[in-house]
Design a protein around this ligand. Structure first.
Ligand SMILES: Nc1ncnc2c1ncn2[C@@H]1O[C@H](COP(=O)(O)OP(=O)(O)OP(=O)(O)O)[C@@H](O)[C@H]1O
Ligand SMILES: [Mg+2]
Length: 275
């Protein structure tokens, strides 16, 4: 059985503090026969690079009420450079320094994540609040995960580290949501659990952590959660619908984050076992 772990871009931007989750993962790989697959994000790092080249990041609300990035051709190129280039290889080097054999991939390599370009994004106009369309978007919807490539790496004891860039029908790079990518990969691998680690200790409502969420509660909590967390809850729910038994949302900044969320000492567990 495998475990899929997503390391959020917010977490990766916390410098040395995010080492806790890296050390935890490395120890699990060394001490158990668990097969781990890593997926990472990169939102803040993409924004930083866009700003460096004098381009303002455009994060809007999609018609479905979800926070979305407007991804024109230049933005997808930056996303690819930042996530599949810099962040992915930094993570690989980090695991290699801990004697873990790691291989970094994007969804383009071996057509690992076949996706369909959205092209027309239905968004809410910031000024008027009306629904409008943005044409020429390079974000994608995931269609197929080539899990045989991941299996090949896992069966040879490599840790696959995956950047959420998909390959489109015209072989173009497409920006993907990291949480949803992790969910689709978990589903394709029939993983037992999915961990979504970020920089906050779980789903917060009125400043309090929600420790458990069942099937019915998830839908009702969605509108009460904002920004990146709303997307994460949506992705977690999607993963449950695809057959994952438990999704944990937690902070990768605390000590031993994996056992801490598994034991219920921190984080939010989303599962249909809670009904
Ligand atoms: N109700 C909430 N509970 C917890 N976090 C919330 C809530 N509402 C908004 N957030 C925000 O959601 C953020 C986490 O999602 P975000 O997408 O920003 O990070 P990430 O997934 O780690 O990064 P990336 O998307 O780059 O991978 C938190 O840092 C927090 O500021
Ligand atoms: Mg996010």
């Amino acid at each position: 059985m495998s475990i899929v772990i997503k390391l959020g871009g917010k977490l990766l931007s916390q410098g040395e503090m995010f080492n806790n989750v890296i050390i935890d993962i490395a120890n699990i790989i060394k001490k158990s026969n668990k097969k781990i697959v890593l997926v990472h994000g990169g939102g803040p790092q993409i924004n930083q690079m866009l700003e460096k080249i004098g381009k303002k990041p455009r994060i809007v609300k999609s018609a479905s009420g979800m926070e979305s990035r407007i991804t024109d051709r230049e933005t997808v190129e930056i996303a690819q450079m930042v996530m599949a280039g810099k962040l992915n290889k930094d993570l690989v080097a980090k695991f290699e320094s801990l004697q873990i054999k790691a291989v970094g991939l994007s969804g383009i390599d071996g057509s690992l994540i076949k996706s369909k370009r959205k092209n027309n994004l239905r968004i809410i106009d910031e000024k008027t609040g009306k629904k409008i369309a943005f044409h020429g978007d390079f974000s994608g919807n995931i269609e197929e995960i080539n899990s045989s490539l991941i299996d090949l790496l896992l069966s040879n004891n490599y840790l696959p580290i995956i950047a959420p860039i998909g390959i489109g029908h015209e072989f173009e790079p497409l920006n993907l949501d990291g949480d949803r990518t992790a969910g689709h990969i978990a589903s394709a691998l029939k993983a037992e659990t999915l961990f979504l680690f970020t920089d906050v200790p779980g789903i917060l409502i009125n400043g309090k952590i929600i420790d458990k969420l069942g099937k019915e509660e998830i839908e009702s909590i969605l509108p009460k959660v904002e920004g990146g967390m709303r997307k994460k809850v949506y992705a977690a729910n999607e993963a449950l619908k695809m057959g994952i038994k438990s999704v944990f949302i937690g902070s990768g900044l605390i000590e031993n984050p994996i056992s801490s969320v598994l034991d219920g000492r921190s984080g939010t567990e989303l599962s249909w076992k809670f009904v």
